[in-house]
Ligand binder design. Structure first.
Ligand SMILES: *Cc1c(COP(=O)(O)O)cnc(C)c1O
Length: 337
């Protein structure tokens, strides 16, 4: 099976499972799990932050960040299509009474800071209190430009706000730019990092920030039922991924590029330039997208069914499968016409 729907479909490798099986563990709610403690310390150091906290998912680490930065009746500024606004079931509003103020996203994944500035609320009892700006890197595979991030830092400093990064795929940005994780994390007060995407673990995310912030996040995690016991088996997978699955993301990026180049030669679909490990292709109707998807599935290639279709490369898609995938698309499109 070649499953291009997402990099979340990656399976833990045999070597990763071995590392998990061998991990020393303890009760992490008591702070007793040595593998968790070591992993949290490792990620804190890699990001250049004081402290780190593991949680089950990126949705949870983002939620912990929003709850730890903002009080009830306070507001965060966010992109319409960013995960923290659109894809997390409104958790910050439901569970934290935190008000989202969304903005249209620019074509490069950034926000128009002048438009954002106009929505910062004056200190007046009519309004929620603006507290936080939340960004996302990478967004739909796009690496957020570093000069924009520097501007965003100046912007939040000017207005006394905090700055959070949903860095679900920040390692893709690290590999694509050649900048270190610490450099990409430096402008942010907090960063959420997923390990269950391109890094290939079955579960696990990390939130980083200063000591006081992580202490608040720790309490929220317990309240949300996110305290885990012998979770060192998860941390061992994450540790393994840091050792073995970061640099190889370059292969996913190269494969996405090859895939985009191959598909762009076909008629009947418009291919957007590859961005890190993602390629978006556009069909001229949803019906066509459905039919192509059905055709590919019979050939053990799994893709979504949307008219603007996202294809994601990852460690389950070897380089030598790319030509096969392009050929199957060509057949599917020929079958269609
Ligand atoms: C996947 C993802 C998350 C978190 O997702 P989980 O499935 O909860 O781990 C957050 N932000 C972005 C941009 C993502 O792609």
């Amino acid at each position: 099976m070649l499953d291009l729907r997402s990099d979340t479909v990656t399976q833990p490798t045999a070597a990763m499972r071995e590392a998990m099986a061998a991990a020393p563990v303890g009760d992490d709610v008591f702070g007793d799990d040595p593998t968790i403690n070591a992993l949290q310390q490792r990620v804190a150091e890699m990001t250049g932050k004081e402290a780190a906290l593991i949680a089950s998912s990126g949705t949870q680490t983002n939620l912990l960040a929003l709850l730890s930065h903002c009080q009830r009746g306070e507001e965060y500024l966010v992109g319409q299509e960013y995960h923290t606004y659109r894809y997390e079931a409104g958790g910050a509003a439901v569970l934290g009474g935190i008000v989202p103020q969304p903005f249209e996203i620019e074509s490069d994944g950034t926000l128009d800071l002048q438009a954002v500035e106009k929505r910062i609320k004056p200190d007046d009892p009519h309004f929620p209190i603006t507290r936080l700006l939340a960004l996302e890197n990478t967004h739909t595979g796009k690496v957020m430009p570093q000069d924009f991030i520097a501007q965003a830092r100046q912007f939040v400093d000017k207005h006394g706000l905090k700055l959070h990064l949903d860095g679900a795929r920040i390692f893709n940005a690290v590999v694509a730019t050649g900048r270190s994780l610490a450099e990409l994390s430096a402008p942010f007060d907090s960063v959420s990092i997923c390990f269950s995407k391109g890094l290939g673990t079955p579960i696990g995310s990390v939130l980083v920030g200063d000591q006081a912030f992580i202490k608040r996040a720790h309490r929220w995690r317990k309240m949300l039922g996110g305290g885990m016991r012998q979770a060192g088996i998860v941390a061992a997978a994450m540790d393994y991924a840091l050792d073995h699955h970061v640099e190889r993301l370059a292969e996913d990026h190269a494969n996405a590029l090859r895939l985009a180049q191959g598909l762009s030669k076909l008629e009947g679909l418009a291919v957007e330039p590859a961005q890190t490990n993602m390629v978006y292709v556009n069909f001229n109707s949803t019906e066509k997208a459905h039919n192509v998807s059905e055709y590919l599935r019979k050939r053990d290639i799994i893709v979504g069914r949307t008219q603007r279709l996202r294809l994601v490369t990852h460690l389950g898609i070897p380089a030598n499968a790319i030509d096969q995938i392009v050929a199957a698309f060509a057949e599917a499109l020929a079958d269609e016409s």
